[in-house]
Design a protein around this ligand. Structure first.
Ligand SMILES: Cc1cc2nc3c(=O)[nH]c(=O)nc-3n(C[C@H](O)[C@H](O)[C@H](O)COP(=O)(O)O)c2cc1C
Length: 275
């Protein structure tokens, strides 16, 4: 089994950057200033030691520095490009008929592994409905659960009952916007390492939106699913196997059937306070 923290003595320049950057003091300078793991229980497995080492001397849990991309080699967006992305991003509610390429979806989901989580708990599940066929199966099950939930004592509220009937009849789809794909991100709160489940889920969704938009796809947050989840708590477990009570959020995605010509203006979007 690979060492958790492994130093290549032929490369280490004993600069101590890895020790200084370790957020919870898991590393220390050992004999002749060579870094070593001192408190493994404090290690978040964030791999900062591997990332910061200028000499490429540190491997972490079998991951070798030569297999990790050099940051310098990456083309990163400028501030202006990042601002333009944020400005031009829109919630798209009209999707083209065709499915998204499966390799592209796999690439986006793999990239999403880089999303940060509190204490590096990484206890997320990405449940992906990658095409129209899986969306149709899901919607069928979704309406089935809603109908089963309604019995003599429990009634669905109108905001849910009426759109559900329309969905059953193949009419308008206010919940899922007739998207050909959906990603549900959920967090496993039974893992004691998870401290920020709601934030972890939201950050992953936000990053998915960013990545999907960069790939020319359209996205729309599916807040409706959470509203339905509050009304019918078993819905996600029954339809997608997402454990009841697990924090989740969903993003609809697909090729856009609509293009926005200009950005909107939101100067007063938030109150900015310098405290
Ligand atoms: C957390 C969240 C939940 C949302 N849920 C829905 C939804 O269920 N259905 C929908 O059509 N739009 C949904 N939206 C989209 C918002 O309505 C949209 O972001 C807002 O109107 C601003 O438009 P823009 O995203 O195009 O800038 C949601 C957005 C967020 C951030």
């Amino acid at each position: 089994m690979a060492e958790l923290f492994d130093v290549d003595m032929t490369k280490c320049v004993k600069c101590g950057l890895c020790v200084e950057d370790c957020a919870f003091g898991a590393l220390k300078r050992g004999e002749s200033n060579v870094p070593e793991m001192a408190k493994e229980q404090s290690c978040m497995r964030c791999q900062h030691c591997l990332a910061i080492c200028p000499a490429g001397a540190i491997s972490f849990d079998g991951r070798k520095p030569e297999d990790c991309k050099s940051v310098k080699s990456l083309a990163l967006p400028t501030l202006e490009e990042a601002e333009n992305w944020l400005r031009s991003r829109r919630s798209v509610r009209k999707f083209a008929k065709d499915d998204v390429d499966r390799d592209l979806i796999a690439r986006l989901l793999s990239s999403l592994g880089n999303t940060p989580t509190g204490c590096n708990a990484r206890s997320l599940t990405f449940t992906c409905l990658p095409d129209r066929a899986s969306m149709e199966r899901f919607k069928h099950a979704f309406v089935g659960v809603l109908e089963a939930h309604r019995d003599g004592t429990r009634m669905l509220p109108r905001w849910l009952a009426i759109p559900a009937i329309k969905l059953r009849r193949g009419g308008s789809d206010i919940f899922f916007r007739n998207a050909p794909g959906m990603l549900v991100v959920s967090s496993d709160t039974s893992n004691p390492a998870v401290t920020t489940p709601v934030q972890d889920v939201t950050i992953a969704c936000t990053n998915f939106e960013l990545l999907a938009n960069a790939a020319g796809l359209a996205t729309c947050w599916c807040g409706f699913l959470n509203l339905v989840g509050r009304e019918v708590p078993e819905i996600l477990e029954r339809t997608l196997g997402v454990k009841q009570g697990a924090p989740f959020y969903a993003m609809l995605f697909g090729k856009p059937a609509v293009r926005y010509s200009r950005c909107v203006r939101r100067e007063n979007y938030a109150r900015i306070v310098y405290a």
